[in-house]
Design a protein around this ligand. Structure first.
Ligand SMILES: [Mg+2]
Length: 414
């Protein structure tokens, strides 16, 4: 089998990759839907793929893996890797998990960082608690809920004097987040923020965490995404102040999101001195960049995103190495869409005992649920997704998808 074409279409805001072969089998992958600018990065790899046998996934990846980087630039390589596995699975008439060594679980646990609601009113501990309760009451019955707080999102900028000194923040600097709600997505996620947290900022942070945990009780775990940009001394103070709450993990306090480096030693200083689990890794590209974190046991939980780290197999290698070192894994995935969701399920079915849950992936628009066939209905039951057995990723586009193709992509499904 030989690769004859590599295409990328932006469907809604989602970069979707399609690889065609000379045997009529094709495969799909995608990137996070916050990256509609990714198309030229995907097509850059096309000359390296034409003529290759896509069922030799690793052989093909060796040609392109070194040409990626930390988030967002590992996403194109990762999307191609997923599409290769889709083809390899279809060619073998097996689900991808069989090609990764087989499954160790029939259903996979997911956590909720993707289905969220705007706060009802001003930021306050009460409103964070109400918002968390709403997430708890979702039909999916999530057993772990993640909220953004501290430097993550707009929490710090919405609080007067959160830091000593000014935040880098530009209210005009937004792009459209959702075509339906017109909710803006601040480009400030790309701007490094952080300074020493004021005493009142610190107290407010802890009050909000306690209020959220109170509505969840001991039935639903609370994970928190706090950075990046918190100083290690503040990170340790926060971790120690919530030790009695049994928080699932504190994510990306020091580095994370779009920081193109790791700083494992700083994480180790925090992790060694608290019983609260510390988590990072969604922006990291390749297993090699997790080595320092894992060797030093610098965190308790790693959170690679298969659509940024280099793909499905890349994440499995990291999970296996982390398991040998007593470190858990909770793959990131909130905006990995429905092709990403299928990739996560295939991967999670094969991960060792250190697997906690992956972050339930949602699409950029609700209509994505109407154009993709093959997902269970409902997708999530009691916080679990049943692993399906159809070949490859086990999902496909139906005819309804064509109307969402832009003019320049109109032959995407050919
Ligand atoms: Mg995060």
């Amino acid at each position: 089998m030989k690769i004859t074409d590599l295409k990328c279409a932006i469907i809604g805001k989602t970069p979707v990759v399609r690889i065609n072969t000379d045997e009529g089998i094709f495969g799909y992958g995608q990137a996070e839907w916050a990256k509609p600018y990714l198309k030229p990065f995907v097509l850059f790899y096309k000359p390296m793929l034409i003529g290759e046998d896509p069922t030799n996934v690793e052989g093909v990846m060796r040609k392109i893996r070194r040409l990626g980087s930390f988030k967002p630039y590992g996403a194109a390589v990762s999307a191609i890797e997923v599409a290769l596995w889709d083809i390899a699975g279809k060619a073998a008439n097996l689900p991808i998990y069989k090609l990764l060594g087989g499954k160790v679980r029939d259903r996979v646990l997911v956590y909720n960082g993707g289905i969220r609601f705007p706060l009802d009113g001003e930021d306050s501990p009460e409103n964070f608690a109400k918002n968390t309760l709403r997430m708890k009451e979702l039909d999916e019955g999530f057993s772990i809920i993640k909220q953004g707080i501290a430097v993550h999102g707009e929490f710090a900028s919405n609080f007067k004097d959160y830091f000593y000194g000014d935040l880098y923040w530009d209210d005009n600097n937004t792009i459209v987040y959702d075509d339906d709600s017109q909710k803006p997505w601040a480009l400030s996620q790309y701007i490094p923020n952080g300074a020493q947290i004021t005493e009142k900022g610190f107290n407010y942070t802890i009050d909000c965490i306690r209020a959220m945990k109170e509505v969840l009780g001991d039935e639903v775990g609370l994970a928190l995404d706090l950075g990046p940009g918190i100083f290690p001394s503040d990170a340790l103070k926060i971790a120690k102040a919530v030790e009695d709450l049994n928080i699932m993990w504190l994510e990306d306090m020091i580095t994370g999101d779009y920081t193109p480096y790791v700083l494992a030693d700083l994480y180790r200083d925090v992790t060694e001195n608290t019983s609260t689990p510390i988590h990072t890794g969604e922006q990291i590209y390749l297993r090699h960049n997790f080595k320092d974190l894992i060797d030093k046991r610098a965190v308790n939980v790693v959170g690679p995103d298969p659509l940024d780290v280099g793909g499905i197999a890349e994440t499995k290698w990291i999970a296996e190495y982390a398991d040998m070192n007593g470190i858990m894994i909770a793959p990131h995935g909130t905006i990995d869409g429905l092709i990403g969701l299928a990739a996560h399920v295939q991967l999670a079915a094969t991960l060792p005992k250190n697997y906690i849950a992956f972050e339930y992936s949602v699409p950029c628009h609700k209509w994505w649920y109407e154009i993709i066939d093959g997902l269970p209905n409902p997708i999530v039951k009691n916080s679990y997704i049943d692993v399906w057995d159809t070949p490859g990723l086990g999902i496909s586009f139906n005819d309804g998808a064509k109307k969402y193709l832009k003019e320049e992509d109109k032959d995407f499904f050919d």
